[in-house]
Design a protein around this ligand. Sequence first.
Ligand SMILES: *[C@@H]1O[C@H](CO)[C@@H](O)[C@H](O)[C@H]1NC(C)=O
Ligand SMILES: *[C@@H]1O[C@H](CO)[C@@H](O)[C@H](O)[C@H]1NC(C)=O
Ligand SMILES: *[C@@H]1O[C@H](CO)[C@@H](O)[C@H](O)[C@H]1NC(C)=O
Ligand SMILES: *[C@@H]1O[C@H](CO)[C@@H](O)[C@H](O)[C@H]1NC(C)=O
Ligand SMILES: *[C@@H]1O[C@H](CO)[C@@H](O)[C@H](O)[C@H]1NC(C)=O
Ligand SMILES: *[C@@H]1O[C@H](CO)[C@@H](O)[C@H](O)[C@H]1NC(C)=O
Ligand SMILES: *[C@@H]1O[C@H](CO)[C@@H](O)[C@H](O)[C@H]1NC(C)=O
Ligand SMILES: *[C@@H]1O[C@H](CO)[C@@H](O)[C@H](O)[C@H]1NC(C)=O
Ligand SMILES: *[C@@H]1O[C@H](CO)[C@@H](O)[C@H](O)[C@H]1NC(C)=O
Ligand SMILES: *[C@@H]1O[C@H](CO)[C@@H](O)[C@H](O)[C@H]1NC(C)=O
Ligand SMILES: *[C@@H]1O[C@H](CO)[C@@H](O)[C@H](O)[C@H]1NC(C)=O
Ligand SMILES: *[C@@H]1O[C@H](CO)[C@@H](O)[C@H](O)[C@H]1NC(C)=O
Length: 787
Amino acid sequence: MGLWLTLLSWNMGLLVIVLVSDGAIGCLEAEKVALLELKYVLNSLNGTILPSWNDDQSDCCEWERVICGNTTKTKQVTQLLLNNLRDSELINPYWSLNASYLIPFLQLQVLDLSWNYITELSTLSKLEVLDLGNNLLTGSLPESIGNLSTLKALSLSMNNLAEPLPSEGGICKLKKLQDLDLDHNKLPGQLPFCLKNLTSLRNDIRVIDLSYNGILDRFPNWLLKNNTRLEFFGLGNNYLTGPLELNCTSRYIDMNTLDVSHNPIKRDIPPCIGFVYPNLRVLNMSKSALEGIIPASMGDMGLLMILDLSANNLFGQIPKELVIGGKSLEFLKLSNNNFSGPILSTKANLGLLRVLRLDNNHFTGKISDVFMNSSLLRVLDLSNNHLNGELPGWIGSYQQLTSLVLSQNSLQGVLPLELCKLNRLTYLDLSKNNFTGTLPSCFDLLNLRYLHLQGNQFSGPMPIALANSSLLLTFDLMNNRFSGEIPSWIGTFSNLRVLLLKGNYLKGSIPIAICQLRHISILDLSHNNLSGNIPSCLNVVSSGLLDPLDNILFGEYFIMVPIKFPKYLSDNLIHVDEGIDIRGLVSDEEQDVEFMSKRRSESYKGNILYYMSGIDISCNMLTGPIPPQIGYLNSIHTLNLSNNNLSGSIPESFSNLRDVESLDISYNKLSGHIPSQLIELYSLALFSVAHNNLSGMTPESKYQFATFGPSSYEGNPLLCGPPLQGCTFGTATEPVIHSDVEEESNFKDNFLWSFAASFVIAFLSVIVICYFNPDLGSRTFPCMFFV
Ligand SMILES: *[C@@H]1O[C@H](CO)[C@@H](O)[C@H](O)[C@H]1NC(C)=O
Ligand SMILES: *[C@@H]1O[C@H](CO)[C@@H](O)[C@H](O)[C@H]1NC(C)=O
Ligand SMILES: *[C@@H]1O[C@H](CO)[C@@H](O)[C@H](O)[C@H]1NC(C)=O
Ligand SMILES: *[C@@H]1O[C@H](CO)[C@@H](O)[C@H](O)[C@H]1NC(C)=O
Ligand SMILES: *[C@@H]1O[C@H](CO)[C@@H](O)[C@H](O)[C@H]1NC(C)=O
Ligand SMILES: *[C@@H]1O[C@H](CO)[C@@H](O)[C@H](O)[C@H]1NC(C)=O
Ligand SMILES: *[C@@H]1O[C@H](CO)[C@@H](O)[C@H](O)[C@H]1NC(C)=O
Ligand SMILES: *[C@@H]1O[C@H](CO)[C@@H](O)[C@H](O)[C@H]1NC(C)=O
Ligand SMILES: *[C@@H]1O[C@H](CO)[C@@H](O)[C@H](O)[C@H]1NC(C)=O
Ligand SMILES: *[C@@H]1O[C@H](CO)[C@@H](O)[C@H](O)[C@H]1NC(C)=O
Ligand SMILES: *[C@@H]1O[C@H](CO)[C@@H](O)[C@H](O)[C@H]1NC(C)=O
Ligand SMILES: *[C@@H]1O[C@H](CO)[C@@H](O)[C@H](O)[C@H]1NC(C)=O
């Protein structure tokens, strides 16, 4: 009794204490009295809080911020949520709580005293579990924590502790400690060797979690040694260097979770790992610069459920021992390594597999040889490898599949009809292969949100069955051989944000139905054979800021895994949000975003378009005037109408395009004057009206317009004024064409930078090629494009 835990350095922090006790007394009288006493101290000196707590006939379980449980015959207080009660208005808000006030609450499990100006807290001698997780505690761990000699579990995870652990005393004195959670802080420096005292003396430490800190130096192999009862060891997301050393003659049968991910370990995985930790269920060594091969002994880990070795420099084949022995595997991620050979060297025994991500490696062989008997598979990502052959019909047997990503391989042939059976698919990416033929007429995937088929040789019309995919967010058929008209059912994709039909053989007019796409952000119909007028209703295209898509989860599922303390509040569930991985896909450092500019494809690393908006209908055969309504797309960034047969004048309403950075209406038959108001487009970085029949004066060479060279205006014989030379007002002559190479590269930099600034926020997982009017310099093949 009478122990004091001084929390002076933690004042105002959030406190959650979990007390473990047993016994059974009714709330009613004893707890009611105790609550009223608590109210009294909480109100010192002049507070007026908790008015509903009254000494009347009311049931105290009904009082605000009191939660009772019914574990015994009578209801008893189990939770007191007393956060944010004391405020700075009080005469003296600073406050210390004598924990004897808490003794009457025998069933109390959760005590939340966050944000209450607490400076001191006396603790109970019986305290076994102290959970101060997920708070705002800063500074260092107080020395006096070592006084809590009965403590078995200590959690300070998710705070801002930022001083190195002391080299002696403190937590090293907690001789009964079994669970130590200091993850998600800012603990710097080295781990004190005194931690060894926590462990080797008694051998009953179960959990050590120091992940997400700033711990430096060599990997603390000493902390692993001799801790025979250790179950959970988390050191991920620190700055530890290798090697990871294991004593290959000892076995640690209790160890179930080892996470050393995201450290610059840079060495091999110890070959005996499967022997030393035979019962591991979770192994995460991703992002650790590991070299070498996957040890065959991993096949001996008969209980392994989650294996994440992604983003290392591992090579060789997936060992057949793992493919055979991995019968418990539910999640296997080997993405972004240098693996080669066939994907599965032998008949797989992976019946529980739900997520298989082998993307960005050098796997070879026919995709038809990949068959795994895993009917639970939800996510299959084999993209960016060297797989070939046709997509086999057995793909239809993966009925649970939500994400199928096979892009950037050398797959060919027509799509099997069985693909239509995958009606849970939300994400289908077959882009950049060599698929041919028409899309199956049965292709009505009701849950599809992302469809990427770009860069293949698909032909024929778009099957009407697609119209049933009404949840589509991105629809990318770019650079194929689709023909026929743009179907009017496209208007039923009411959530669509990205529509990419560029580079096909589509003909007919742009359907009015396209104006029903109220959330469209990127519309690229360029490089087709479209004719007719531009629909004047296009101004309803919302453009501009989009809502985040975070309510849309993909491949999300739960795996039962052993989970570390605290057990009281959460189930033994780990939430694996993989799969489509819309965020993963774009935020992985390896992912590029391609921007097409000046006929050069610019790879742009980082995140992609969130509130980007652009319309590109260039390189078609569109006729008629530019509808003035287009000028009211006032948050649009890119507008490309070039290389059509548009006539009439440039609408004055274009001066409303405040955010436009690229405006290209070159190579048309536009006539009349250039509206002088255009100089108010301060964001403009690319501007071209070249090769039309415009006349009159060029806009005043002011603001952004001072940066445009003659190439922006050339090819308009009747146009006059700077930067064109050799003409005087009223007597236009052929302008002199300047070399503007330098200007171009400046533009490119500016342009990409402005994109970088504007479009940092990730969401749409497409690799969108935002195609701007190619080339203002050389004039050959204006509508040629490059994949
Ligand atoms: C507690 O309440 C829940 C829901 O009201 C009920 O299902 C459960 O049986 C109760 N437990 C006891 C021990 O009375
Ligand atoms: C407490 O007293 C202070 C100083 O007199 C006053 O400013 C504040 O409003 C009072 N607060 C309450 C809740 O009465
Ligand atoms: C806490 O309260 C108990 C009972 O009211 C009292 O005996 C004890 O001295 C108090 N402790 C401190 C440090 O004030
Ligand atoms: C708590 O620990 C501090 C520092 O380790 C020590 O000075 C103090 O005497 C201890 N308090 C009690 C009540 O044991
Ligand atoms: C470990 O504990 C022993 C005895 O309790 C003590 O002598 C020793 O200094 C401690 N080691 C470290 C590194 O703190
Ligand atoms: C492990 O335990 C053995 C004896 O059980 C002891 O000799 C050895 O020093 C210990 N190793 C470490 C690193 O504590
Ligand atoms: C390895 O473990 C064995 C058995 O537990 C033990 O005898 C040996 O001393 C350990 N070796 C090292 C280097 O710790
Ligand atoms: C493995 O660790 C990395 C980096 O810490 C993390 O991003 C990833 O989600 C982890 N994998 C799993 C399956 O939890
Ligand atoms: C990947 O493997 C190939 C040969 O298989 C080798 O040439 C290349 O350097 C490796 N790349 C890395 C990053 O290890
Ligand atoms: C797939 O596994 C099931 C049981 O999990 C088994 O009945 C079936 O024969 C297996 N099929 C193949 C082709 O191995
Ligand atoms: C695609 O297929 C065509 C015809 O079968 C072939 O000429 C071409 O090389 C293939 N392209 C790729 C990238 O495999
Ligand atoms: C779309 O779905 C409805 C109901 O699920 C179905 O009746 C209809 O045939 C489907 N249309 C196409 C074109 O597949």
